[in-house]
Design a protein around this ligand. Structure first.
Ligand code: LLP
Length: 438
């Protein structure tokens, strides 16, 4: 039976045993076989999201769909993305290393970052990454030198801070543009940056980049941003004779965590971006540039779940009931860091009527290590497998070893088969880099 809990992967069903299945795999059995906490990704859903982006933006030929690997990255995922002909955003030397180790085509890689070291830039240039997205004048200078030494003219985009900040439910335009990222529009720094990039002998400025936020649930901020970028592109043409051939609008499309949020669909996002780009470029008398978008969360968040085992139930009469699980802020930092909200499902009996309001607590030595506040659950007990849906983005990628907790295993599931794509860390891994004092 199809289980329609929106944050769960679309393939979620309830099997004959009454248990949660994802892509034909019984989640309780997966938890038994592979242990908990366990990240489980529906591989097909990730592929379908990539295809949805590609076909939605396909109307503008040459549009690049650049997956933001900070949301979740591992060799198998990068291989899958290469198969799906995606491009890749890496935000550090480490993410670049992961991508190159999976043989991802370097020409489809965009390197970002507001504090890239000389070594990171050198390595990116030597590996001939498609673009470096310039974040500051300092980086521009170092990259120009590094590229010169390597005998390469490095294609670059320049990251502009457009002064639009998108929040979950609303957006604002900030005159001040207080951000650690990018070249500010307001104070002329961006125009100066473009001019310097054009003069740099070893850089090839191909276009502009901006990113206005994450978990965006409205389309208006994108429209506003495109209007601002068109004005800036016109200023670059008028003052510097530079016509940007590419416009990268960053990522940000939101995901459904609780089911109540209604993020715009990918085709709605594409419609908004393509229509606004055409009309704003027309208004500014500019040719329509090649577009790029950099989705992370909206590709992987809802394809992933985390399975935990409940270890203890604690009821404080008249106050609340806690269900403590064998993971927590070390595998999902988002509730502690942002107050992010999740729901919870008992994998063994997802259809049973909830009887209790339960706070799902992690196992860490922090009172703030709460994964779900007031989850509605059917009388949870020790040994139950508890699932939090929509943990596919910024879960594993922000995981830590806090309290000596090994990072979980990660599975890809498809057509009833499960593949381990990241092995569970062991206690030995925790001390692998430690040196004894002789
Ligand atoms: N491009 C750039 C330049 C970015 O900085 C980001 C995210 C993305 C693309 C992808 O954004 P997405 O489509 O995933 O929203 N740790 C936070 C999210 C931080 C996002 C940082 N930048 C969280 O867990 O919500």
């Amino acid at each position: 039976m199809r289980l329609s809990i929106p944050p769960l992967p679309q393939s979620s069903t309830v099997n004959a045993a009454g248990r949660l299945e994802v892509a034909g795999c019984d989640v309780v059995e997966l938890a038994r076989e592979f242990g908990t906490p366990l990240f489980i990704y529906d591989e097909q859903q990730i592929r379908e999201r990539c295809r949805e982006y590609q076909s939605a933006f396909g109307r503008v030929p040459g549009t690049k769909i650049v997956y933001a690997s900070k949301a979740f990255s591992c060799l198998a995922l990068i291989q899958l993305l290469a198969e799906e002909e995606m491009s890749l955003d890496v935000a550090s030397g480490g993410e670049l290393f992961t991508a190159l180790s999976a043989w991802f085509p370097p020409e489809e890689i965009f390197l970002h970052g507001n504090a890239n070291t000389r070594d990171e830039l050198h390595w990116a240039v030597r590996n001939e990454v498609g673009y470096v997205v310039l974040d500051s004048l300092a980086e521009l200078e170092v990259l120009d030198r590094v590229a010169g030494e390597a005998g390469r003219r490095q294609p670059v985009l320049l990251r502009v801070t457009p002064g639009v900040e998108a929040h979950t439910h609303e957006f604002i335009q900030t005159g001040k543009q207080d951000s650690k990222f990018g070249f500010c529009l307001a104070d002329g720094v961006a125009l100066d940056g473009v001019s310097r990039a054009l003069e740099a002998p070893n850089l090839k400025l191909e276009g502009l980049h901006c990113h206005i936020g994450s978990q965006i649930l409205a389309l208006e901020p994108y429209r506003k941003t495109i209007a601002i970028m068109a004005d800036f592109m016109a200023a670059c043409r008028d003052k510097l004779g530079f016509e940007a051939g590419s416009l990268d609008l960053g990522g940000g499309l939101g995901a459904a965590y609780l089911g109540a949020e209604q993020p715009p669909r990918v085709d709605e996002l594409a419609e908004t971006i393509v229509t606004a780009t055409r009309s704003e470029m027309n208004r500014a008398g500019l040719a329509v540039p090649r577009l790029a978008v950099e989705p992370g969360r909206s590709i992987v968040a809802n394809a992933g779940i985390t399975a935990y085992e409940i270890q203890a139930i604690k009821t404080i009469p008249g106050v609340r009931t806690y269900a403590a699980v064998d993971g927590g802020m070390s595998d999902n930092l988002r509730p502690a860091l942002y107050g992010a909200e999740y729901m919870a499902v008992i994998a063994g009996r997802p259809l049973e009527e909830p009887t209790a309001s339960v706070t799902v607590a992690g196992k860490h030595c922090e009172s703030g290590d709460i994964l779900v506040k007031d989850a509605r659950l059917p009388d949870p007990a020790r040994g139950d497998i508890l699932v939090t849906p929509a943990t596919g983005a910024y879960g594993y990628s922000m995981a830590s070893n806090y309290n000596g907790q090994p990072r979980p295993a990660v599975l890809f599931v498809k057509d009833g088969d499960a593949r381990v794509v990241i092995i569970r860390e062991t206690y030995e891994d925790l001390i692998r880099l430690h040196q004894r004092i002789e």
